[in-house]
Design a protein around this ligand. Structure first.
Ligand code: XIL
Length: 373
């Protein structure tokens, strides 16, 4: 009798273990289904399928994509009368074929924008009205082309300084503070259904977070539609703290906007630039001390990365009512911009897939956060 009960118990136990295993998620998009979409910034090799391995990972794991570069002004609109939509079209087609939530990045930024945008034929800075007209033409053309297909636009990127004041970009200098409202208004007119985002880095730091809150409130007070704040999240093993992360998400939630974790990567290399910055113009000289893992990542750091990713995803899940999307800035470590920024030629390990396209311990750790404990 006892043995019979015992063996029944064992059978039930084993069955439940196997059932749990069969249910355990194996993909990021599956694991967080119902909470938020999970994505990656993709490069041209991936979305054209030239990088078959990369394309395969994207299709299997992610349900949203962001273009790493091809929709930036200098790529899509290199000269006044020339738009080059070839790659952008392929990007959008790739997203549609794979039923993904397609993000547009970005419309108005001070980087990767040609200098002619701000000047007349004589090289003089444009007037406010002429620059507004140019900005409107660009937004209307680009957003209009993908109306109803690109579901969410990063309308203005990185308009703030670290202290929360407005960055002295040519957009601000020539147009004035309302260039941000105008950009959102033009984007809304071009595609009234599209979600519109203000996207920036280091908003986890209080001064910049306050500046972002003021920016959002200012748009809302004018009745300008803004859907979400993009918290870029180019972060490290130690910054920001989990408390800072929570406070940031909660502060934006209070404004009634959603939060997109829009460019997530975790730098494990020695810090070469200012904490929290993602200023793409930073360029620091390569020094072997800054590149300690050229021959591979030590297990201790691998584990620390996994733990850090798990802690962050626990926060995103806790705030799933407001966090709508988590997008990694790249697919495998080999693709990451952090191999060349802020120092050229380092070996960086910020993502969930290694240089061979294999999932890292951090991948399993992230999936585990989605399993109810
Ligand atoms: C980076 C790309 O990853 C690089 O390939 C490019 O050379 C420079 O820009 N914040 C942003 C992104 O909003 O567009 C930047 O992407 C990274 C920082």
């Amino acid at each position: 009798m006892t043995t019979k009960l015992g063996s029944m118990f064992l059978t039930v136990l084993l069955a439940s273990v196997f059932a749990a295993r069969a249910d355990a998620p194996t993909t990021l998009k599956g694991a967080f289904q119902g909470s938020f979409v999970v994505g990656a910034a993709v490069n041209a090799a991936q979305f054209t399928g030239k990088d078959t391995r990369g394309a395969g990972i994207v299709k299997e794991q992610f349900n949203t994509i962001t273009p790493e570069n091809v929709l930036k002004w200098e790529h899509v609109h290199p000269q006044l009368d020339t738009y080059t939509f070839d790659l952008a079209d392929q990007y959008v087609a790739f997203g549609e074929q794979n039923h993904m939530f397609i993000v547009g990045h970005n419309l108005v930024w001070h980087n990767q924008v040609p200098d002619w945008v701000f000047r007349d034929d004589h090289g003089n800075l444009l007037t406010r009205d002429l620059l507004l007209k140019r900005m409107q033409d660009h937004i209307r053309t680009v957003v209009g082309r993908y109306k109803g297909r690109i579901k969410s636009w990063d309308v203005v990127n990185e308009a703030l300084n670290e202290d929360g004041t407005l960055r002295q970009s040519l957009w601000l200098k020539i147009i004035g503070e309302d260039y941000i409202a105008k950009a959102f208004q033009y984007a809304h007119e071009a595609d009234p259904q599209a979600e519109l985002t203000y996207n920036d880095y280091s908003v986890e730091n209080e001064p910049k977070r306050k500046g972002t809150i003021a920016l959002v409130k200012n748009l809302q007070a004018q009745g300008i539609p803004i859907t979400s704040v993009g918290v870029q999240s180019h972060i490290s093993l130690t910054w920001p703290s989990i408390d800072q992360e929570e406070a940031t998400i909660s502060a934006f939630a209070k404004l009634g906007v959603k939060v997109a974790i829009s460019e997530l990567d975790i730098d494990v290399l020695p810090r070469a630039a200012m904490q929290g910055t993602a200023d793409v113009k930073t360029n620091i000289k390569l020094d072997p001390k800054l590149n300690p893992y050229a021959d591979g990542l030590p297990d201790s750091v691998q584990q620390a990365l996994a733990k850090r990713y798990a802690e962050l995803f626990a926060v995103y899940l806790k705030h799933r009512d407001v966090v709508t999307r988590v997008t990694f800035w790249g697919v495998t470590d080999g693709d990451s911009w952090l191999n060349n920024w802020p120092v050229r030629g380092r070996s960086s390990y910020p993502l969930l897939f290694d240089r061979a396209g294999q999932p890292k311990p951090a991948f399993q750790a992230v999936l585990q956060t989605a399993v109810p404990h």
